[in-house]
Design a protein around this ligand. Structure first.
Ligand code: ARG
Length: 471
């Protein structure tokens, strides 16, 4: 009986089982699943830098001649300018960026090109290229977070005294300041920055020279290539160097946490800018109109930032799933490590830039913030604290008295400061007029002077501290 593809499976005929999608036979399918050039061409800068450093080291060690080393290094610059100028023909038949570059190098310089791959394998080459690419992205994330924190500091400084409601359970809890709320995000994004820095420091070991997996018998100088490519040191175990992608996972984990912070902040901006809250006006530059409802201004940038965590966390889960269970060292599975990291990095940088622009442009509605801060019995805790401080009530009793007063105000449809002294005294006879001092929202925030509290002076101290850190 004939095999499903016809009599001769080696012929490029259409396959009966899955031929509809492919004009060509099984080898075309193999090429399609095998080739990574469509995405790993993004690594060309790193690939060429790595190869140039490798060639220089080979020549310095006498493994290849100086003239071959120079020809390779010069030829690679030509390849680089061809790619940058858009004059490079990427070929899926050559599978990946490494072979595309080397093959073009051979066309340009001839025989010496064949010596470049001495004491090297695509396994350490791809580990190197990808690591350098991720390292650049960690730097970009740090720079993006730095810009965002600076924009938040400007907002915090302008509104260190502006009173707004602080929420728990999305219910007005206690008055806080705008500056304090902005600085909460500076803390979060500041930690994100330090996570990228930590990840960067750990990933900064050079895998080049691990060769296929076991190292090489050539007298290479791994310190020289590590140094030339900006690494702190060569990776100390050749198996680990070609097998692990934890540097990319750490980048994705840091990105996911950062995207989570961005998402929470974006959600707040969506809520705050709604007609129901009117806490902030977001600029038209980051909004769109509705095609059917002329009155609408949609804060699409905030909504998209809120959503970006989906694909970024998806990339993290995806790469964990690829890597789990792989025996050491390299398996082709690991070619599936790149696309999602590229996508996650692109979208994180975009989200950081969009958030920075939105923060720089947004205008707080100071009056609305203040009115909202005074609503919802937000100074009830201040009242309870006053009863403890001035009347020496145990806190639990003070809590009870305050609760009764809140119930009374609620029934009358007024706020706590609107109750009369007589009404207050009907609940606890010792209450004096002094109580009204703590029922104002300004007094409330001013009194929260504990370290890290919302008092404007505390907030200003934290702004000054962060200015020093970001300087
Ligand atoms: N394109 C490959 C990748 O992305 C390069 C490494 C190929 N190595 C190998 N042994 N087939 O992983």
């Amino acid at each position: 009986m004939d095999p499903p593809g016809g009599k001769d499976m080696t012929k490029k005929t259409q396959n009966a089982m899955w031929g509809g999608r492919f004009a060509d036979g099984p080898d075309a399918i193999m090429e399609a699943i095998n080739a990574s050039i469509s995405f790993d061409k993004r690594l060309y800068t790193q690939d060429i830098a790595g190869s140039r450093a490798h060639a220089a080291m080979l020549a310095a060690q006498g493994i290849i001649t100086d003239s071959d080393g120079n020809a390779i290094r010069e030829g690679l610059l030509t390849v680089l300018s061809e790619i940058e100028g858009g004059n490079f023909q990427f070929s899926p038949a050559l599978e990946d960026i490494h072979m595309n570059v080397e093959s073009r190098l051979k066309e340009i310089i001839g025989e010496p090109a064949g010596r470049l791959h001495t004491a090297r394998s695509r396994n350490d080459q791809v580990a190197l290229d990808f690591r350098m690419w991720v390292r650049d992205q960690a730097d970009a994330a740090i720079a993006g977070l730095d810009a965002l924190c600076r924009a938040l500091l400007v907002q915090a400084e302008a509104g260190a005294d502006w009173v707004m409601p602080g929420f728990t359970h999305l219910q007005v809890a206690q008055p806080v300041t705008w500056g304090h709320h902005m600085m909460a995000y500076v803390e979060m994004f500041g930690r994100d920055m330090s996570r990228f820095r930590d990840a960067r420091a750990r990933m900064n070991e050079c895998p080049l020279g691990a060769a296929a997996l076991a190292g090489t018998s050539f007298p290479i100088d791994r310190d020289a290539t590590a140094q030339a490519l900006g690494f702190d040191r060569p990776a100390a175990n050749s198996l680990d160097a070609v097998a692990d992608r934890d540097f990319a996972l750490e980048f994705l984990a840091s990105s996911t946490i950062c995207a989570m912070h961005l998402s929470r902040f974006a959600e707040e901006l969506v809520i705050w800018s709604s007609a129901q809250f009117r806490f902030v006006a977001l600029s038209d530059r980051f909004s769109t109109g509705s095609s059917i409802m002329p009155q609408k201004k949609n804060h699409d940038a905030a909504e998209l930032i809120r959503a970006k965590i989906g694909r970024i966390m998806g990339a993290m889960v995806g790469l964990f799933t690829v890597m789990k269970g792989l025996p050491l060292t390299y398996s082709k599975d690991m070619q599936e490590d790149k696309e999602q990291v590229f996508d996650a990095a692109d979208n994180l940088m975009l989200a950081l830039a969009a958030m920075t622009g939105m923060v720089a442009d947004m205008n707080a509605n100071v009056d609305e913030l203040r009115i909202a801060a005074a609503s919802g019995f937000s100074t009830a805790t201040d009242l309870a604290d006053w009863l403890v401080r001035e009347l020496n009530l145990p806190f639990r009793d003070a809590h009870h008295v305050t609760g009764t007063l809140v119930g009374m105000a609620e029934k009358q449809g007024v706020d706590l400061p609107d109750l009369t002294l007589e009404q207050m005294q009907s609940v606890h006879g010792a209450i004096t007029a002094g109580v009204f001092d703590v029922l104002g929202v300004e007094n409330s925030v001013k009194s929260r002077t504990s370290y890290g509290g919302t008092a404007p002076d505390q907030v200003r101290e934290q702004i000054a501290r962060w200015k020093g850190i970001l300087a």
